[in-house]
Design a protein around this ligand. Structure first.
Ligand SMILES: N[C@@H](CCC(=O)N[C@@H](CS)C(=O)NCC(=O)O)C(=O)O
Length: 314
């Protein structure tokens, strides 16, 4: 029997009441940081702020690119507490909003737009100067961080995760990886009918098989160099065995047991300078297993931590 939408608490109304299928809402704030003439948001040291969760794979992408592009002293960050409840992501217990002392991430959305009616998601790229949200879509934020600050941090300008000659191929990989893997785990995990679950769990593993095959022939997904396609997939793979395999019922296969090339690729990226510091497994596990009470009502967190990505050295 499927849980109807009406019987879910407000924060859990993620699946369609009829089909039981999870529907992700489009992000609302879609501006860009750029140094084009007349740009509203120009690249400046200390002007922008990221609100992220260590638990969230979408927010994790922005932390990764911020670190790899050497933007730590340019863009400040606040991390929300992992326990998302009725009022959404909270600031508490040492995870505070250093700019405004907000209680919840929703307060930031209302500060930007008092009649905001969408979901209160992370990541949020905030402009301290005009006190508004620049963008809350991770795929666009990582594109901005990839190039917009190159004149400010010229020593990292040579690092380009979306180079011109690979754009088409990266876009094409991103498309099916987003649909079947990044969002695929959520569609399987939040399904409230057997049909909706089955419809999404099989394409997910078909894509993982395809990725395994690609990574058996190259070190990275596109152009044999680290690109945005790898970074976007990686934050999902890091969460796969410890969370999605059990919590989201994505258990046809596991990364450590069944996908040796994906595992090696995951280690290769994890072992790059500054990457390991972006991974907080305590936040990841606690968030999913304790916040999604519709899936795990006891809030018991399984002991397994997923594969050791630090060893062996790649
Ligand atoms: N498309 C967005 C998705 C962000 C997203 O869904 N974030 C989740 C956390 S993993 C969230 O904040 N959810 C809160 C909610 O939906 O209420 C992006 O990639 O930035």
């Amino acid at each position: 029997m499927s849980t109807t939408e009406a019987s879910q608490p407000a924060i859990l109304k993620w699946a369609d009441g009829k089909t039981g299928e999870f529907k992700r809402q489009a992000s609302t704030f879609r501006e860009n940081i750029s140094d084009e003439p007349n740009a509203q948001f120009t690249p400046e040291v200390g002007r922008y702020h990221l609100y992220v969760s260590y638990a969230c794979p979408w927010a994790h992408r922005t932390l990764l690119v911020r670190a790899l592009k050497g933007l730590e002293d340019i863009i400040s960050v606040d991390v929300v507490h992992w326990h998302m409840q009725e009022n959404g992501w909270p600031f508490k217990d040492g995870y505070e909003d250093s700019l405004y002392g907000s209680k919840f991430i929703r307060d930031i959305y209302f500060k930007a737009q008092s009649d905001y009616g969408g979901r209160f998601t992370v990541p949020v790229l905030w402009d301290k100067k005009t006190q508004t949200i620049v963008n809350n879509e991770s795929s666009e934020i990582i594109r901005m961080l990839n190039t917009a600050f190159d004149k400010i941090v010229p020593e990292k300008a040579g690092i380009n995760f979306y180079p011109d000659h690979l754009k088409a191929e990266i876009d094409s990989v991103n498309e099916w990886v987003y649909d079947t893997v990044n969002n695929g785990v959520y569609k399987a995990g939040f399904a409230t009918s057997q049909e909706a679950y089955e419809k999404n769990v099989h394409p997910l593993f078909k894509s993982l098989d395809r990725i395994e095959e690609m990574l058996s022939k190259a070190d990275y997904l596109v152009g044999n160099t680290l690109t945005e396609a790898d970074l976007r997939l990686w934050t999902t793979i890091v969460r796969f065995d410890p969370v999605y395999h059990g919590h989201f019922k994505c258990n046809i296969k596991g990364i450590e047991k069944d996908y040796p090339h994906i595992l090696k690729w995951a280690r290769r990226i994890y072992q790059m300078p500054k990457v390991a510091e972006t991974v907080n497994m305590e936040h990841i596990k606690n968030h999913y297993y304790k916040s999604h009470v519709q899936i795990n009502p006891t809030g018991v967190v399984p002991a397994g931590m997923g594969p050791n990505l630090a060893e062996p050295k790649i």
